[in-house]
Design a protein around this ligand. Structure first.
Ligand code: ACO
Length: 427
């Protein structure tokens, strides 16, 4: 097959090169098209636009495949853990035992936040959403460690390993400080004898005299982080890359990504799922009325549908069984899990959802586990951000190493043509 396509416009033909990815995806390389033909492409919402070449994550949405650096998500979920996956994403390879242990030590040594960062996080107006506090905390962290945050790309790259470890280490402490500002509890300092997730659970919830953290619960949290660690060019990652393309440091780029993740159609969906399930439960509906109203366009079945997956999101499959295990470990029955299972069962047999290829996504079950672990709903998206941080950082590094141009899409202007200014008194 030819590796060139031809655009015919007016009386002219313009050859367009075909770019082929390592998994066989093909793309029209239109970089010369405007120069040659005067045309740009129009793709509202970027649904059919490849914004970059990347080596981090591969998704085949039709087949329900997700791989980090070539490793299938279900194999990683079974055999790996979050910190190992962080290094896989950041460095491109699975770490040696020594490298992993050095990374774990570095994370432990960075877990004590500079006091001014804690102060910044706890000084925001108490009604600030935890995602706003998280974004502020990242800026404050960059300010407190200004040698890692210079906006000089060469220097920021040279210090990248430290900046990445610092951010991954600091996020649990920032999140816990945010939570404790709301609950008006004293801060609980990090404990280096605990692993990453145990330490986070302890900083979040520990009170004097508490029993040690149940290992199956910290394992469930580790799995949630691992499953969220990257997802190629989604809204927040593209935001991170966009900011990075202008030369901004990792702290600023991740803070922007946190803001992008906040919305209910993106990372905020895990909160929205729980609110939806609670509303259905409280209204006495078994889910049937809600399904009908989603089909009528009056509501949206949150946690269903995905821009890329037109098949079962592989992460949702893994989380569904993790959800059962976490609830069993806690000895809990969840009426909202029963509603979720029923919604899924009904939707997967309903032509509305089948025809539109709408399947459960990662958010459909993650919120139920997080709620069972004791996280308040407004912290769910913060947990998503903590899991996604290594992915954002890997994309920041990719841009810093390979990105030559600032990201700058074009538009089709549909506004007024040239007009004459009318003086205020004449309007
Ligand atoms: N419930 C009911 N109908 C839906 C849903 C849903 N969850 N999702 C899509 N549809 C319908 C749309 O109304 C549309 O119907 P139409 O063709 O009759 O107009 C059709 O399916 C296509 O939907 P789009 O909105 O074009 O799909 P898009 O790819 O733009 O949106 C999105 C994807 C935002 C994820 C959407 O499916 C959605 O809103 N889902 C619920 C929110 C959610 O769970 N977000 C998390 C996504 S995963 C993540 O970010 C981690």
């Amino acid at each position: 097959m030819s590796d060139t396509a031809t655009l015919t416009f007016g009386d002219s033909n313009y050859p367009i090169n075909i770019l082929t990815g390592t998994e066989g995806e093909k793309a029209l390389d239109i970089r010369q098209m405007r120069k040659d033909s005067g045309l740009i492409t129009y793709d509202d919402g970027y649904g059919n636009t490849g914004s970059c070449e990347s080596t981090v994550t591969f998704i085949d949405g039709d087949k329900g495949i997700l791989r980090y650096r070539g490793y299938d998500i279900s194999e990683l979920a079974q055999k790996s853990n979050f910190l190992e996956v962080c290094l896989l994403l950041l460095d491109g390879e699975l770490p040696t035992a020594r490298k992993l242990s050095e990374f774990e030590d570095k994370i432990s040594s960075f877990q004590n936040l500079p006091s001014e960062v804690l102060h910044a996080v706890q000084s925001v107006p108490p009604s600030t959403h935890p995602m706003g506090s998280l974004a502020s905390g990242l800026h404050a962290l960059g300010g407190a460690c200004s040698h890692l945050c210079t906006n000089d790309r060469a220097k920021d790259l040279e210090n990248f390993d430290d900046a990445a470890a610092l951010i991954i280490a600091a996020l649990p402490a920032i999140a816990a400080a945010t939570h404790r500002q709301k609950t008006k509890d004293n801060l609980c300092p990090p404990n280096n004898s605990l692993n990453y997730c145990e330490n986070f659970l302890s900083m979040m919830f520990a009170k004097d005299g508490d029993a040690p953290i149940n290992p199956s619960l910290s394992k469930a949290l580790d799995l949630i982080f691992l499953l969220h660690a990257d997802h190629e060019q989604n809204c927040s990652t593209s935001t991170c890359r966009m900011i990075a393309s202008g030369g901004a440091n990792p702290f600023a780029s991740l803070s922007g990504a946190v803001s992008a993740l906040w919305g209910p159609l993106h990372g905020g969906a895990n909160m929205a799922v729980i609110n939806m399930l609670n509303d259905i439960h409280n209204s006495g509906d078994d889910g049937s009325k809600f399904i009908q109203s989603a089909k009528d366009g009056k509501s949206r079945l949150m946690g269903f549908g995905h821009r890329v997956y037109r098949n079962y999101d592989p992460r949702a499959k893994i989380l569904k069984s993790a959800c059962d295990e976490a609830l069993a470990a806690l000895g809990l029955n969840s009426p909202i899990l029963d509603i979720a299972s029923r919604l899924e069962e009904v939707a997967l047999q309903d032509p509305y959802f089948i025809d539109r290829k709408l399947y459960p996504n990662v958010d459909f079950y993650s919120g139920i586990i997080l709620q069972a672990l004791g996280f308040p709903t407004n912290m769910f998206t913060v947990l998503f951000a903590m899991g996604r941080a290594p992915g954002w950082l890997a994309h920041w590094k990719e841009i810093a190493q390979t990105g030559k141009r600032i990201h700058r899409p074009r538009q089709i202007y549909q506004g007024s043509n040239l007009r004459q200014y009318i003086a205020l008194e004449d309007r």
